[in-house]
Design a protein around this ligand. Structure first.
Ligand code: HH2
Length: 261
């Protein structure tokens, strides 16, 4: 899953693709690089990011989704917390609603997801983007994230979302310290054991810098991102949400060739 951020302030590539044409060109490049899914978002979830109004978010993502849909049959997910944005994205050609709030942001998110009838990625986050990294705490991070995701999956099914349309994501970096992130990655198979496909987003995240202080600039976190991506792929992740598609595809190909032999 290649990331297309149509935002001025994303932590990894903020501002580079705010212009629709630049975002479309980037999306097409990610397809050429080997992405199977594009995750298109118009609001940053970085700590202390500026919230974006619904109309602005739609205006950012819909032209990009429409252009990608015209150019390619690739699967498209919309990275948004807002039901109206998800609805507009699906009308424009997306088939997946990727929600970092696990359909918890708006009171009608669950019922809207069922009504839209798309696939949904339910991600775990402790707190909200404004404060999530201030002092995250858990008694048992893996158990709590697992229980949360199961609870949200059951709530989605109860609201009318089809079980086969649900994907889960432990939300690396969302209200988690380095230790929490590492425990989740180490125990990813326990979350995969819930029986839903797992989406994993480790790409260019800050925990890589916490391990290797040389990774101050996001562009210097690619090797660490690949290491974490391969770990995830070998421990139950079905979908890797990444910025560096070409590098990740090559890493996966080499790993799979060795494993297959
Ligand atoms: N991470 C980010 C955004 N959306 N969605 C899922 N399912 N999983 C993730 O780990 C995830 C996500 C943060 O990364 P990025 O899009 O690069 O930054 P920003 O939120 O600042 O746009």
């Amino acid at each position: 899953m290649g990331v297309v951020n149509v935002t001025p302030d994303s932590f990894s590539d903020g501002g580079r693709f705010l212009d629709s044409d630049a975002a479309i060109a980037h999306a097409l490049q990610l397809i050429a690089d080997g992405a199977d899914i594009l995750d298109i978002g118009g609001e940053s979830t970085r700590p202390h990011a500026e919230p974006v109004g619904e109309a602005d978010e739609i205006a950012r993502v819909v032209p990009v989704i429409e252009a990608v849909r015209r150019a390619s049959p690739i699967a498209i997910s919309a990275d948004t917390m807002k039901p109206a944005v998800a609805r507009a994205a699906v009308a424009a050609g997306a088939t997946i609603w990727n929600d970092v709030t696990a359909l918890g942001f708006a009171p009608d998110s669950l019922t809207e997801a069922a009504a839209i009838g798309c696939e949904v990625v339910l991600m775990h986050m402790q707190g909200d983007p404004g404060t999530m990294q201030d002092d995250p705490r858990y008694d048992d991070v893996v158990g709590e994230v697992r229980a949360f995701l199961l609870d949200r999956a059951e709530a989605a099914v109860a609201a009318g979302v089809r079980r086969q349309d649900i994907l889960l994501d432990p939300g690396i970096g969302f209200g988690k310290t380095l230790r929490h992130n590492l425990e989740l990655l180490r125990n990813l198979d326990r979350i995969a054991g819930l029986g839903f496909p797992i989406v994993l987003g480790v790409s260019r995240k800050r925990f890589i810098q916490a391990i290797d202080p040389a990774g101050v600039e996001v562009a210097e976190r690619v090797a660490g991102s690949l290491a974490a991506a391969l770990w995830g792929a070998s421990h139950g992740a079905a979908i890797l949400r990444v910025h560096d598609v070409r590098e990740t595809v090559q890493a996966l190909k080499v790993w799979e060739a060795i494993e297959g032999g």
